[in-house]
Design a protein around this ligand. Structure first.
Ligand code: 4NP
Length: 158
């Protein structure tokens, strides 16, 4: 089983969108049993502890017909580093914050999601930009490319 943790600043917009988009992709491929997928925040803002998906992010998932279940935001913790095989951040500053919490990336598990594409870059924060469409399309593309990478490197998705 491949264990994937998506991480963003607040765990109410980008990382839960990524969690449910990737879950939908692997469900459609019939390979959901091969994956464990979760998401977490780098921030410890009180108001973001155990919060649901932000309304506009939820609307985006509904519009794109991506199923989702109840979500409660949480901060990434040190033990997550050992628990997960891939820790996929939305932007470079998430990586700095993740390393502050989990320590050095000794096993090379931490990436930006769009590092798996031909144009590595950050996914900008829709909480500030208001652009949930760009976040959705960037995340979807990153997840497609990440699964292609997994297919090449593991014999589980034929
Ligand atoms: P996210 O967006 O990192 O994509 O979940 C944010 C949500 C909330 C806040 C920042 C970013 N906030 O500062 O409350």
């Amino acid at each position: 089983m491949i264990k994937i943790l998506f991480v963003c600043l607040g765990n109410i917009c980008r990382s839960p969108m990524a969690e449910f988009i990737l879950k939908d992709m692997v469900n459609k491929k019939g390979s959901y049993k091969e994956f464990y997928i979760d998401s977490a925040a780098t921030s410890s803002y009180n108001e973001l502890e155990r919060a649901g998906i932000y309304g506009e992010a939820k609307n985006m998932l509904k519009e794109m017909k991506i199923p989702f279940t109840e979500h409660l935001s949480r901060q990434i913790k040190k033990e997550d580093y050992n628990k997960f095989d891939y820790i996929l951040a939305m932007e470079q500053k998430n990586i700095t914050n993740i390393i502050n919490i989990v320590g050095e990336d000794k096993e090379n598990k931490i990436f930006r999601l769009l590092d798996f594409t031909e144009k590595p870059r950050d996914i900008s924060d829709p909480w500030y930009s208001g652009d949930f469409y760009s976040a959705y399309y960037d995340i979807t593309y990153g997840c497609e490319k990440f699964l292609e990478y997994i297919e090449k490197n593991n014999n589980i998705l034929n």
